[in-house]
Design a protein around this ligand. Structure first.
Ligand code: AKG
Ligand code: FE2
Length: 287
């Protein structure tokens, strides 16, 4: 009896170890077997890049985002009608001398001080990873810090309180921002950048395409990116241009001090090219 049991057990073990006794599934049968035996709903882990590809294939993102512009609006103070038209048509707009030269110099020096006194963090550090889960710490080399317009002193405070708040008033007049929109998110960025170790920020988009309708608004918060450059005496050899991908191909924008660049966050891919010198920018996102 015992022998019998041992023999039978041995036979089972031998049969299990013998591949020829396994059911012979084709790949398709195996897939369907796995799917039928799945208890939990499969969570599709799609990358930001693939998600953008999928959304861009549904509709040109410049068209999606152009629906954010209001058909009629009241008076605006900083921008003029032609600039608004151009912004809508191109998906981006450059405004030179957005701020006075002395304010630009002071804001640059203030940023340098913040960077050298450890008040700014590597953009890919764990602290800011949670702000931007799609990026890893190799995507960009800058030091950053979030600024709050009513808590900031000095030139950077003035830049937000006076200049960006006027811009925000205009943008909320010409563009559909979210109903509870109050103020921009502000991020200050400092690239150390040298000939030996150039700074960079890889190609990316700041938001998913969004026309403000209920169907798409859950995916994105940011609608307009506004970048004010604070670099003085910028020259071609310093690099650090912002390459943008527009509806009409790519274009490189020099990060000239005092210059403001606006673009539709959900439509324009962009990349900071190698910068061989210190490079400072204050970015505001309007949602
Ligand atoms: O500094 C720039 O020109 C671009 C910055 C940027 O792309 C970002 O902070 O998302
Ligand atoms: Fe960006």
């Amino acid at each position: 009896m015992e022998d019998n049991l041992t023999n039978r057990l041995q036979q089972v073990v031998t049969d299990l170890g013998d591949e020829e006794n396994y059911p012979d599934f084709s790949d398709e049968e195996y897939e369907s077997y796995l799917n039928n035996n799945e208890d939990e709903e499969e969570i599709v882990d799609i990358s930001e890049e693939d998600m953008l590809k999928m959304l861009d294939a549904q509709e040109n993102p410049f068209i999606t985002c152009s629906r954010l512009f209001r058909a009629d609006f009241d008076s605006i103070k900083l921008l003029n009608q032609d600039q608004v038209e151009l912004f809508k048509k191109q998906g981006y707009l450059i405004i030179n001398d957005f701020i006075p030269h002395d304010l630009q110099i002071k804001a640059f020096e203030q940023t340098r001080t913040l960077a050298s006194t450890n008040m700014m963090q590597a953009a890919g550090s764990s602290k800011s990873d949670s702000d931007d889960p799609y990026r890893n710490n190799k995507a960009r080399t800058d030091l950053t810090t979030w600024l709050h317009h009513n808590e900031q002193d000095g030139a950077l405070g003035e830049l937000m309180q006076r200049h960006f708040s006027l811009l925000g008033a205009d943008l909320s007049t010409v563009i559909h921002l979210q109903k509870d929109w109050k103020d921009a998110e502000y991020q200050l960025a400092y690239y150390k950048g040298s000939q030996d170790t150039p700074g960079y920020y890889e190609k990316h988009r700041d938001a998913f395409p969004d026309d403000g309708s209920d169907a798409s608004s859950h995916m994105s918060q940011r609608r307009v990116t506004a970048i004010c450059y604070l670099n003085h005496n910028w020259s071609e050899k310093d690099g650090g241009q912002l390459r943008i991908w527009t509806n009409n191909g790519q274009q490189d924008i020099d990060p000239v001090g005092g210059r403001l660049l606006l673009f539709l966050s959900g439509a324009v891919d962009h990349q900071v090219l190698s910068t061989n010198k210190e490079r400072v920018a204050l970015t505001a996102w309007f949602s």
